[in-house]
Design a protein around this ligand. Sequence first.
Ligand SMILES: *Cc1c(COP(=O)(O)O)cnc(C)c1O
Length: 231
Amino acid sequence: MNFSEHIIKLKNSLPASVKLIAVSKYIDSDLVRVAYEAGIRDFGENKVQEAQRKKSELSDLTDVKWHLIGHLQSNKIKPALETFDFIHSIHSLELAQKVNRIAGELKKKPKLLLQVKLAEDSSKSGFSPTELFGAIEELDELENSDFIGLMTILPEGARGERAFTLFAELASLKEQINQLPKAYKQIKLAELSMGMSSDYLEAIKSGATLIRLGKILFSNTFEGKNTKSID
Ligand SMILES: *Cc1c(COP(=O)(O)O)cnc(C)c1O
């Protein structure tokens, strides 16, 4: 099976309620183009600069949506807002406030996801569920922001039942926030961005609407000269 057939097969195996974000951090623009031709329209990148480069190399593909899934540093907010259609990694109130201010300067209203850390993992950032509830009122004051969902990355090694439990927790958190008695203006959580190559089936069972797949889509291309190796 060639690369395009592999992508098409995986895409066709997903329920209609799930959008596949192809994590293109492992591949260069020419392979992104092949994935586009196989029907992918959403691409995820971890780094602002790399996304900027690919986006300009692929500027003829006007219906692609670019998703920032990696950590967002405060000093990269402006180029991130200029480059990405979605930012999945709003990990603190302070970051959200800075993003909102710069979005206002750029006259944009970005689609943002709030990153939640469900288990202790010093290598990952994100709101704890308690912090998120504590920040809701202030997040809702950020009128240049459109908070459309929650995102999580599981701690290293969380698999099977453990993954399932954590994903179900994120889904429940989204429901709890949506059911708060107040009518929020900036916060309408429809999306759950959860699930990577090793755990996307559990994520889908728990209600994921956006899955972020890299290795499982692209690992058979890593031998090629156009690809970077992964560790
Ligand atoms: C790299 C990355 C992915 C893709 O992971 P795979 O295991 O390659 O599918 C998904 N989400 C985030 C945040 C990532 O950094």
